[in-house]
Design a protein around this ligand. Structure first.
Ligand code: NAD
Length: 495
C-alpha cells in the first residue's frame, strides 16, 4: 500500500502542460490549443492537456494503421507480445504510487480505493492478457475428408477506446490490454476531466518496448475527438464505457461511417436486495453503504437502489444509517478518508439536482443531500439516503452516478424481482439471503450482467463485466473479452 509520506510528496509534483501521445512521442495538438485540468480536491487548476481535434484523431489513426500494416506488433509472435506486455505491467506496478496520486488529483477518488483499482488492477489486467495470448489457438473444423476447414483468429486492425473519468486507467486497461494482446493497434480518447494517467500509461508502454503507433492517446473534448474517432472511416471497432446518450451516438457514428463494431458498457441502476433472512444484517449494511458511497457513488455497478424486506426494514435502516454516518468524507489524498471528492463541480451540481427532484417527488431524506467541506474549494458531497422511493420517481429510474441511494420496501420475493427488473438498465445487482434456494432463484430471475450473493461489488479479472438491456453489450474482462478484439477467418482448402 502507498504511504502517506509518498502521497504528500507526490501531490506537490509539477505536472505542467501535457501533449498528445502519437507515434510513440509526445506532441502538441494541431491547433496548439489546450484545456485546463482542475482538481476536484480544491477546485484549482494544476495542469493542462492538449485540446485535440479531428485532425489529431486522423494523425493518430494513420499512425495506428501504419503500425498495424507494418506488422511488427500485429504479426509478431504472441510470445513477443507477451514479453512486451509483461514488462509493461511491471512498469505500471513500479510507477503505482505516481499513477495513483496523479489520478486522484485529476478525479478525486479516495486514494485507498484508487491505488488498488487504478495502477494495481491495471497492471494485473495487462499481465492477465499478456499471459493469455500465447494460449489462444485457432480451430480445425469437423468437415468431410476431402477438405480442410481452418478457423484463424486475427486482430481487427485499429481499435478506438473511449472511457469515462471514474476509473480511467482500470477501465482503459480492460480494453487496451486485450486489444493489444490480440495484435491490434489502439487509439485512446481519454475523458476530458481525467486524462493524465492514460497519457502516462502510454509512455510506460513505450518504455516497455511497444512499437511506435501501436498505442496512441488523443486528449480533448468528447464531442470533438470522440465524435471524430466514432466517424473515422479507418477505425475498425470502438470499445466504449460511459453514458447511454453517448453510447447511442457511437452507434449512429458507426452507421453513418464504416459500420465499425461498437462495444458498449453503459450505466446502471443496480438493485441491492436484502431479504429478512440475510446472514448478517450489520455486515450487509456496511457492505451496502460501501457499495453505493465509495468513490462518491461514481461506480458503474454502484448499488443505487436498495430493496429491503419489510420484516427487517427498521433494523436494517438503523444499521445502514450508522454505517453511512461512520464514512469519513474528506481529502481523497488522506489515507484516513473513506470517501473522496465528486469528480467535478459540474457533477456535484448534477447530483444536487437529483436530490432536489427526489424531495419534490415525495421521497424522504434520511441523511445527507448537500454539498460539504465548501471551505476547501473542492467538490464534496455528503452520502445521501432517501427512503419511501417509488418506482415512478426519477431516483428509481435514472442513474445519478453520485452518492445518492434510494430505498424501497418489499414484502415478497415476487415483488422484489418485479422491482429489481423494473428498470431499463441491467448491469449489476445483489441478493442477501441465507437460503440457498432463494439465492439461486434470484440469480436466475434478475436481469443483470452480475448478481452478487451476500456481498456487493466484488470481482476480479477472471470474470466478465458488462450489462444487458440499456446497460450495453459486449463484455470487459476475462478470456471472453479477448474474443471482441479477434476476427474469425475461414480457410477452406480442397485436399
Ligand atoms: P460520458 O458518456 O459523458 O463520457 C464517456 C466518454 O465519452 C468520455 O471520454 C467523453 O469524453 C466521451 N464522449 C463525450 N461525448 C462524446 C461524443 N459525442 N462522441 C464520442 N465520445 C464522447 O460518461 P462519463 O460522464 O464520463 O461517465 C459516466 C458514465 O459512465 C455513467 O453512465 C456510468 O454508469 C458509465 N460507466 C459505465 C461503466 C461500465 O462498465 N458499464 C463503468 C464506468 C462508468
Amino acid at each position: 500500500m502507498i504511504s502517506q509520506n509518498a502521497i504528500d510528496t507526490l501531490r506537490k509534483a509539477e505536472i505542467g502542460a501535457r501533449g498528445l501521445f502519437i507515434d510513440g512521442v509526445r506532441i502538441e495538438a494541431t491547433s496548439g490549443a489546450s484545456l485546463p485540468v482542475t482538481s476536484p480536491i480544491d477546485g484549482r487548476p494544476f495542469a493542462s492537456i492538449a485540446d485535440g481535434n479531428a485532425a489529431d484523431i486522423d494523425r493518430a489513426v494513420k499512425s495506428a494503421r501504419e503500425a498495424f500494416e507494418k506488422g511488427s506488433w500485429s504479426r509478431a509472435a504472441p510470445a513477443f507480445r507477451k514479453k512486451v506486455l509483461t514488462k509493461f505491467a511491471e512498469l505500471v506496478e513500479k510507477h503505482a504510487d505516481e499513477l495513483a496520486v496523479l489520478g486522484v488529483r485529476d478525479n478525486g477518488t479516495e486514494i485507498g480505493m484508487a491505488y488498488k483499482a487504478e495502477p494495481l488492477s491495471t497492471a494485473g489486467t495487462i499481465r492477465y492478457y499478456a499471459e493469455a495470448i500465447d494460449k489462444v489457438y485457432g480451430e480445425i473444423a469437423p468437415t468431410a475428408d476431402n477438405v480442410l476447414g481452418l478457423i484463424h483468429k486475427e486482430p481487427l486492425g485499429v481499435v478506438g477506446v473511449i472511457v469515462p473519468w471514474n476509473f480511467p486507467l482500470m477501465i482503459g486497461a480492460w480494453k487496451i490490454a486485450p486489444a493489444l494482446a490480440a495484435g491490434n493497434c489502439v487509439v485512446v480518447k481519454p475523458p476530458e476531466i481525467a486524462s493524465l494517467t492514460l497519457l502516462r500509461l502510454a509512455e510506460l508502454a513505450s518504455e516497455a518496448g511497444l512499437p511506435p503507433g501501436v498505442l496512441n492517446i488523443v486528449t480533448g473534448r468528447g464531442a470533438v475527438t470522440g465524435e471524430a474517432l466514432g466517424l473515422h472511416m479507418d477505425v475498425d471497432a470502438i470499445a466504449f464505457t460511459g453514458s447511454g446518450p453517448v453510447g447511442r451516438r457511437l452507434l449512429e457514428y458507426s452507421a453513418r461511417s464504416n459500420l465499425k463494431r461498437i462495444f458498449l458498457e453503459l450505466g446502471g441502476k443496480s438493485p441491492n436486495i436484502v431479504f429478512a433472512d440475510a446472514p448478517d444484517l450489520k455486515q450487509a449494511a456496511v457492505v451496502s453503504a460501501n457499495g453505493i458511497f465509495r468513490n462518491s457513488g461514481q461506480v458503474c455497478v454502484a448499488g443505487s437502489r436498495l430493496l429491503v424486506q419489510a420484516a427487517v426494514y427498521d433494523r436494517f435502516m438503523d444499521e445502514l444509517l450508522s454505517a453511512t454516518t461512520r464514512l469519513k468524507v474528506g481529502d481523497p489524498l488522506d489515507l484516513a478518508s473513506d470517501v473522496g471528492a465528486v469528480s467535478s463541480a459540474e457533477q456535484l451540481n448534477k447530483n444536487l439536482g437529483f436530490v432536489a427532484r427526489a424531495t419534490e417527488e415525495g421521497a424522504r431524506l434520511v441523511t445527507g443531500g448537500e454539498r460539504i467541506l465548501t471551505e476547501t474549494g473542492g467538490s464534496y458531497m455528503a452520502p445521501t439516503i432517501f427512503e419511501n422511493v417509488t418506482q415512478d420517481m426519477q431516483l428509481a429510474r435514472e442513474e445519478v452516478f453520485g452518492p445518492v441511494l434510494g430505498v424501497m420496501r418489499f414484502e415478497t420475493e415476487e415483488q422484489a424481482v418485479r422491482l429489481a427488473n423494473s428498470t431499463v438498465y441491467g448491469l449489476a445487482s445483489a441478493v442477501w439471503t441465507a437460503n440457498l434456494s432463494t439465492a439461486h432463484r434470484m440469480v436466475r430471475a434478475i436481469n443483470a450482467g452480475v448478481v452478487h450473493v451476500n456481498t456487493y461489488g466484488g470481482a476480479d479479472i477472471t470474470v466478465p463485466l458488462g450489462g444487458v438491456k440499456q446497460s450495453g453489450f459486449g463484455r470487459d474482462k476475462s478470456l471472453h473479452a479477448l474474443e471482441k478484439y479477434l476476427e474469425l477467418k475461414t480457410a477452406w482448402i480442397a485436399l
